[in-house]
Design a protein around this ligand. Structure first.
Ligand code: NAG
Ligand code: NAG
Ligand code: NAG
Ligand code: NAG
Ligand code: NAG
Ligand code: NAG
Ligand code: NAG
Ligand code: NAG
Length: 460
């Protein structure tokens, strides 16, 4: 009896595998757009199965089947053209063997936000077309398995995906990259982008990335890393973009990125980082963009954290606990974007000097960052005046300081000269009057007697 039941359910399952969504006149049910690519838009249609056929197309087909309810994904319909298919948010639990066997040129497959488990993907599902007793590799370049429930990949999982360039495994259960996963990953010699974010990883096992000779971008954000993994060293010749945000990393020093050649580095939301040591970024001569925001305990960036030769283009330091920034830290002139909002900075000559070096495109921002002056008031950094901040620099010439003093001197001189002129006028007037009187006395000898003053006379 049990056997019959099992047999029946097996038959049912086999039959179920053959069930497809009726797709005649599919462009009436869905939205079809014949543009640069042929776009079939079937999101949110309540489909329980994959379509039986694609609509007629003679160019690249983009099939958007997101947000349907396809618990078992059957074999995708035949196409001679390049196909990109979105099957995210579809409640997919199982994959039929050979889902890609009908499409030689499927290039992109988005299976994110489904219910796939390690058990449901034993590797045969992604096999390419079968012909003359052998499987051909698929043309898959982009595979998105983010936000499923996978914790390990079968050793030969990528065997028929030899061209894979972009793999997204974010938000699964890879808290350790086990031996099988390591072996699987190490076959991806063309991989350029790998996303392992949000998996609870505590380390990056070297053997998992050892063979990724072309990996340019690695996302390790939102994991449980305590250190910048030293196994990144295996990727030193190719890695350009590294995201380590949202981790428990607490040390950033000259060893952290030694030997790497990063262009873009993301270090946001590292709650345990308190300081950045000397030469931390000096070892990254090609670094263009650095984000270090929301590191609520970051108080100090060593003035020698960068090298003097570095030409950073974008620097984000918002929402840290920075109190001071050394003017010597960077070549400020090369920056095109600089953000340092939400920090308890105290106004200093360093900040004044920095704002003088920054490009006008940055400092014209009226919503710019602020600092706290010696009397506890908030000041806009880009409007700081040097006097009062830089005046202790006795031996160095400071134009603004001299200008301020020259102004005072000018006022004093003008004032003094005015007083002088007025006094001279009065004096000469007095002298002239006296002279006139003298002349008059001499010319009219009797005037003195006429102007007889009894009071004066009494004195003698
Ligand atoms: C598919 O749907 C069309 C109408 O859209 C109908 O005429 C046809 O019979 C259906 N085919 C199957 C196999 O159900
Ligand atoms: C592609 O198909 C469209 C109609 O579906 C047609 O107008 C066009 O000529 C075809 N192009 C080629 C190159 O066959
Ligand atoms: C999805 O399909 C399953 C059966 O495959 C069904 O039990 C479930 O109710 C469906 N969910 C929605 C939201 O339609
Ligand atoms: C697919 O392409 C092959 C060769 O490129 C051709 O022989 C075949 O007829 C095409 N099939 C369809 C359905 O267009
Ligand atoms: C880096 O990771 C964070 C957290 O996961 C994410 O929000 C951000 O978009 C990522 N940045 C880049 C450039 O990938
Ligand atoms: C600053 O960062 C903390 C920690 O990530 C966050 O909770 C807070 O909302 C952020 N504040 C601002 C203004 O962004
Ligand atoms: C910092 O935190 C705020 C608030 O949580 C968030 O809006 C912002 O995106 C975060 N910035 C970065 C660069 O992670
Ligand atoms: C500020 O800049 C002036 C002129 O370039 C320099 O002499 C002085 O040392 C700088 N002060 C600080 C604190 O960097």
């Amino acid at each position: 009896m049990k056997l019959i039941l099992i047999l029946l359910s097996t038959i049912y399952l086999c039959l179920a595998e053959e069930v497809y969504q009726n797709s005649s006149h599919i462009c009436n049910t869905c939205n079809c757009r014949d543009e640069d690519e042929f776009v079939l838009e079937c999101a949110n249609k309540g489909f329980q199965h994959i379509l039986a056929e694609w609509p007629a197309h003679n160019k690249t087909l983009v099939a958007v089947l997101s947000h349907n309810n396809i618990s078992t994904l059957g074999r995708l319909p035949f196409s001679n053209y390049t196909v990109k298919v979105m099957l995210d948010h579809c409640n997919i639990k199982n994959l039929d063997p050979g889902i890609l066997a009908n499409i030689a040129k499927v290039e992109l497959m988005d299976l994110s936000y489904n219910l796939l488990t390690t058990e449901a993907i034993d590797g045969i599902e992604f096999k390419g077309p079968y012909d003359h007793d052998k499987y051909f590799p698929t043309a898959l370049k982009y595979l998105n398995l983010a936000y499923n429930m996978i914790h390990s990949l079968p050793t030969r999982f990528f065997e028929s995906m030899t061209d894979l360039e972009d793999l997204n495994l974010e938000g699964n259960g890879f808290s350790v990259l086990d031996i099988n996963t390591q072996t699987a990953l190490s076959s991806l010699s063309k991989l350029k982008r790998l996303n392992l974010a949000n998996n609870g990883l505590t380390e990056l096992v070297g053997d998992a990335v050892l063979n990724l000779k072309h990996l340019e971008e690695l996302d390790l954000s939102s994991n449980e890393l305590d250190f910048v993994p030293n196994t990144l060293d295996y990727l030193k010749s190719s890695l350009k973009i590294l995201n380590l945000s949202n981790n428990f990393i607490y040390k950033l020093n000259d060893k952290s990125f030694l030997g790497l050649n990063l262009r873009y580095l993301y270090l946001n939301n590292l709650p345990r980082v308190k300081s950045v040591g000397p030469n931390t970024f000096a070892t990254l001569p090609l670094l263009k963009k650095l984000e270090m925001c929301n590191n609520t305990h970051l108080r100090d960036i060593d003035r020698e954290a960068f090298s003097p030769k570095q030409e950073l283009v974008e620097l984000y330091l918002n929402n840290n606990s920075l109190i001071e920034i050394s003017y010597k830290l960077l070549q400020w002139k090369t920056l095109k974007i600089f953000e340092i909002n939400e920090n308890p900075l105290s106004c200093s000559c360093d900040l004044y000097n920095i704002s003088k070096d920054l490009s006008i495109d940055i400092t014209r921002n009226l919503d710019g960052p602020s600092c706290i002056d010696s009397s506890g008031h908030s000041q806009m950094i880009y409007h700081l005046k040097s006097s009062g901040l830089c005046k202790n620099e006795k031996h160095e010439f400071d134009i603004d300081y001299a200008e301020d003093h020259f102004e005072m001197l000018r006022v004093t001189i003008v004032g003094l000269s005015t007083i002088l002129v007025v006094m001279m006028l009065i004096l000469s007037a007095v002298a002239f009057l006296r002279y006139r009187r003298g002349v008059a006395v001499r010319n009219y000898p009797f005037t003195a007697q006429v102007s007889y003053n009894p009071l004066q006379n009494r004195q003698f």
